[in-house]
Design a protein around this ligand. Structure first.
Ligand code: DAH
Length: 343
């Protein structure tokens, strides 16, 4: 064993066995037997100590050369086995490259989200920031601070979902957000839109849902006037619905604005749905609005002697229905892709 001649025997045997390997398992066994820690090469190296001193360097070099030879041969064989296995698997289950690929289905934004973003963009151009507030409110901000004390008859406009914690409710409109913005910014001027989900205990129909989004708007500063409200709403309506839109303002009532108004836009007469949508009047309501009530300004931390403000609130779902002639509000939450894909 401990002689150069035995090394060439070892080499011949190892290479022959390597050659006979046809899969990775056999290769692993071969590797353990010859080049592994407990393999023949290690044993051969151990024999070094039994040789006379003068033969040791030459023998050591020979073992090392053999090791290089075997490792190189093993690498080559490994590559060959891999290649053969790949070829075998390809032949066993041939890949049909003529099959059409599977289309990657791309998602899209919900049509209501698109409208919301369009609304933010229009108001952003007019200097309004987006301000988000919570959907769970208390009686104070949803009603009282908006000038509706307990038992105020105007509360009847909103059928409210109450939680089991007394005084805690799901907001019925985004108007309580006005209080939150004001308390954050007072006494400085502010312009903000407040988007978000609102909840009302309503009979669900094609026109009303128990949950829907609103976008509230608020502008406060020195000398903010009704004319600013009219200008802002007209600019908004024309950008969203078309340059030649006419805006009509009717007087109305909300406890948190004085005076209060409702805003209509004219509907194109050539639209076949015009009569149905406008009930024959040619006009369609898009939002409630008004000048912020002095009590509400005070509740928000402003001095009504020094500043004034306007506010408005609209339902983007309703606006989306108008824009795209959608006739059933329930579609928004149905998650029916046949509906959603159209936008
Ligand atoms: N919060 C009202 C509603 O839900 C809408 C509204 C009307 C908001 C007038 C306003 C406003 O800010 O000034 O019916």
């Amino acid at each position: 064993m401990a002689e150069p001649d035995n090394l060439s025997d070892l080499e011949a045997r190892a290479l022959a066995e390597l050659n006979a390997c046809t899969d990775e398992a056999a290769l692993r066994a071969w590797s353990a037997k010859y080049v592994g820690d407990k393999g023949a090469l290690t044993a051969a190296l151990k024999a070094l100590g039994t040789l006379p001193k003068d033969q040791r360097p030459a023998y050591g070099q020979a073992v090392n050369r053999l090791k290089q030879t075997l490792l190189a041969a093993e690498e080559q064989k490994k590559a060959a086995v891999k290649e053969a296995e790949l070829l075998a698997s390809l032949n066993a289950a041939p890949l049909d490259v003529t099959l059409p690929g599977r289309p990657v289905s791309a998602g899209g934004l919900h049509v209501a989200t698109k409208t919301m973003r369009e609304i933010y963009a229009i108001f952003a151009d007019m200097g309004f920031q987006v301000f988000r507030t919570r959907e769970v409110e208390d009686d104070q901000s949803n009603f009282e601070l908006l000038n509706m004390p307990p038992h105020h008859p105007a509360r009847d406009m909103w059928d409210t979902f109450h939680t089991t914690t007394p005084g805690v409710l799901l907001r019925t409109h985004t108007s309580p957000g006005q209080i939150h913005v004001m308390r954050q910014f007072a006494p400085h001027p502010v312009r903000a839109v407040l988007p978000g989900m609102c909840y009302r205990h309503e009979a669900v129909s094609t026109r009303s849902e128990i949950q829907f989004e609103q976008v509230e708007g608020l502008a406060i500063g020195p000398n903010v006037a009704m004319a600013d409200l009219k200008g802002t709403i007209t600019a908004f309506a024309r950008r969203l619905f078309g340059e030649d839109r006419q805006v009509r303002i009717r007087s109305s009532y909300f406890p948190f604005t004085e005076p209060s108004i409702e805003v209509d836009i004219d509907w194109p007469k050539d639209d076949p749905n015009a009569d149905r949508l406008t009930k024959g009047t040619g006009w369609l309501e898009i939002m409630g609005a008004g000048m912020v009530h002095p009590t509400v300004l005070r509740n928000g931390g402003y001095d009504p002697e020094k500043v004034s403000g306007f506010a408005f609130g609209m339902g983007p779902q309703r606006i989306t229905m108008l824009k795209y002639a959608i006739d059933d509000i329930r579609q928004f939450w149905k998650d029916d892709v046949r509906f959603l894909r159209q936008f």
